[in-house]
Design a protein around this ligand. Structure first.
Ligand code: GLU
Length: 420
């Protein structure tokens, strides 16, 4: 078995297959392929926790730095029970392509702790975050690797990481993380940036497919960091958001949900379930509803060989990372569904993370309007790059986006040369 065949199932298998297709298209040699497929640095740590009741537990933590060719590694930190090294490897590779596609000067990284944040108190999560940070401290830093929020983490998590790192350095280092609270140097517009980017791309995709936003409908899976504001921005643009879901259930309204009222309901109750202006549906049904646009904005691997044939949407905009398995991607593409890949659709978060890091480096704050307009400019440019590249070569948008990104990373690698 050669290195390139030693590929895992699941997200890592899908990520490797996407890379292999891009490398094949570009005609790169085996050595270049291996260089692109292999993470530069991986760290696995034990994260012991003393719980509030005095008992102890030990969790597994990971940080994978996939690539540094274009700059410091960049990517989120996820707290989720099923996180494992292969998942983090896949997510780190996707971050490399995402940063290159959006032309932000970073490589890709991802971190994870295999913990259910819902099963812990705030104090316990603080202890886990600080211990994880101190374990990976030697390999992070504003010029090395810059974590950010992802599933199960938030701006408070970033504040704890920044504080732990700063305490070790002996001075405050705001550039070590992005997605911080505004009061600690977070960027205006960062919290909603991923969602804003998803909505920009969804609207561009609708326009390209001849859908008028005010006559279009959508379903959004997930009502968290990405889905909630994506639903709001789509609603603001006149799209009827017919269904949304969260971990507890899904709600539906054929005329379109009142997203503002739904958000208030979620703030009060913690879930979309029981929202007055809606009827409950099976969360699995959300993916196959009769809507124009489907936005999976929760977990990876939700569109599979088993349900892809039943998807009725004409456009899928990947708000989550890796929500479509390789098999489902093939089925949906063959059925003529426009697949807008994660590394384009959800890149708004890392784009504004980059803006936050730039502001931290300059010790200066931009207005929210400036952040939002720069974000829109970058998302639109990346969309146009992908559409033009795909059109010229009869590629899918996922193929085009991956090839463009892989090309940029390889060019940087070639220019730098191989040391020694
Ligand atoms: N976790 C987000 C992502 O998957 C943001 C990463 C970042 O801002 O570094 O793109």
């Amino acid at each position: 078995m050669t290195w390139s065949q030693a590929v895992a199932e699941g997200p890592l298998g899908d990520a490797h297959a996407q890379l292999a297709a891009a490398v094949g298209h570009l005609g790169y040699d085996d050595g270049t392929h291996q260089m692109l497929a292999t993470p530069r640095r991986e760290m696995q740590v034990a994260v012991p926790l003393r719980r509030e009741d005095g008992s102890t537990a030990v969790y597994s933590g990971y940080r994978v730095q996939h690539n540094f060719s274009r700059g410091p590694a960049k990517g989120g930190l996820r707290f989720a029970p099923n996180v494992d090294l292969d998942e983090v490897r896949a997510l780190a590779m996707w971050m490399t392509w995402k940063c290159a596609l959006l032309d932000v000067p970073y490589g890709g990284a991802k971190g994870g702790v295999a913990i259910d944040p819902r099963a812990h108190t705030t104090l316990e999560l603080e202890r886990v975050t600080r211990r994880y940070t101190s374990e990976i401290l030697p390999i992070i830093g504003p010029e090395v690797d810059i974590p950010a929020p992802d599933m199960g983490t938030n701006e408070q998590t970033m504040a704890w990481i920044m504080d732990t790192y700063s305490a070790a350095m002996g001075h405050t280092v705001p550039g070590v993380v992005t997605g911080k609270p505004i009061a600690l140097g977070g960027s205006l517009g960062r919290a909603a940036a991923t969602s804003r980017g998803v909505a920009h791309i969804a609207l561009l995709a609708m326009e390209a497919q001849g859908f008028k936003a005010s006559h279009a409908s959508a379903a959004v899976q997930g009502f968290g960091k990405v889905g909630r504001d994506a639903a709001r921005f789509l609603d603001d643009a006149g799209v009827a958001v017919r269904a949304v879901s969260d971990i507890d259930g899904a709600v539906f309204n054929k005329e379109g949900l009142d997203i503002f009222a739904l958000a208030k309901h979620v703030d009060a109750t913690g879930t979309v379930v029981g929202f007055e202006g809606s009827e409950p549906i099976d969360p699995a049904e959300l993916l196959t509803l009769d809507v124009d646009v489907l936005v999976p904005a929760a977990l990876e691997g939700v569109l599979t060989g088993a349900n892809a044939g039943a998807v009725q949407a004409r456009i899928v905009v990947e708000g989550a990372n890796g929500p479509t398995t390789k098999e489902a991607d093939q089925i949906l593409t063959d059925r003529g569904v426009l697949m807008v890949p994660d590394i384009l659709a959800n890149a708004g978060g890392v784009v504004v993370s980059y803006f936050e890091w730039v502001q931290a480096n300059m010790a200066f704050q931009w207005s929210e309007q400036e952040v939002n307009s720069r974000l829109k400019e970058r998302m639109t440019k990346a969309w146009r790059d992908v559409v033009a590249f795909a059109g010229d070569r009869s590629l899918t948008y996922r193929e085009a986006a991956t090839i463009l990104a892989v090309q940029r990373v390889t060019e940087a690698h070639r220019l730098r040369g191989l040391y020694p």
